[in-house]
Design a protein around this ligand. Sequence first.
Ligand code: BTN
Length: 243
Amino acid sequence: MMPIRIHHFNTVTSTNDVALDMARVGAPEGSIVLARSQSAGRGRQGRAWLDEPGACVLMSAIVRPALPQERVYEISFVASAAVAGILESRFGLEPALKWPNDVLVHGRKIGGILIEAQSTGAVVIGIGLNVNQRHFPPQIKDTATSVAIETGSTYDTVAVGECAAQVLMEQYRDYLKRGFEEILSHWRKYMWGVGREASVETDGRNIRGTILGVDSSGALLVREPLGKTHAVYSADAVRLLSM
Ligand code: BTN
C-alpha cells in the first residue's frame, strides 16, 4: 500500500494552492490536503468551484509520476475513475463520467477534478465532491447534486475525504503498475453519453455527431453523420443534443 499523509485545514484559498506550495518544498508523493472550505476554489477553464463549508470533500493529492507534460492528463482519468468507484461502492450510486472528467449522478454534477502540474515534476490532483449539500447557489442549482440529495442521508465529510484519499492513491498505484489502458478500461465502464448525439465545441469549432467512446489515448471519439470520426483532445463544452 502506498503510504499517504493527510494534512487537515479549516479554510484555505484552494487546496491545490496549498498542495502546490507543499510540492515546491519537496512534499513526497502521497501527501494529501483536505480542507473544510475554500475562499478561492477553482475549477477547469478558469471557472470558480463553489463550496458550502464542511459539506463537501475538498482535496488535493501530490503525486510525482515522472510523466512527460503531454501525458499528465492521464492522471485526471485515474482520479475520475477513483471518484466514480467510491460513489458506486461506498454510496451505492450510479455515477457517470462525462469526458474528460466531470463526475455526474442522474445527469447532474456531483464532483470535479482539476489537475495542475509543476515544473518540479509534481502533479497535484484536486478533487471536489459534493457530499452533504441540500441546496446550491443559483449559478449551479439546476446542474449540481450531492451524495446527500442522491441517497437521502448525510455523512461525515472528513471520513469520506480520508476514504477518497486512500482509494485515489490505490488507483494511482494501479496506474503506475498496470498502465493507462487498465485505467481507461475501468473509466469506460462509467462513460456518459456513449451512442448519444452531441455537440462538441473544440478549438473554436463545433462538431455534431455520435459519441463513440474514448480511444487508447483518452481522446473523445465523435462520429459525424456522414461518417467522419474525430478524435477530440480538448473541448470547451460537450452537450447532448436531446435528453
Ligand atoms: C471542475 O470540475 O471544473 C474541477 C473542479 C475541481 C475542484 C477541486 S476542490 C479541491 C481542489 N481545489 C480547487 O481549488 N479545485 C479543486
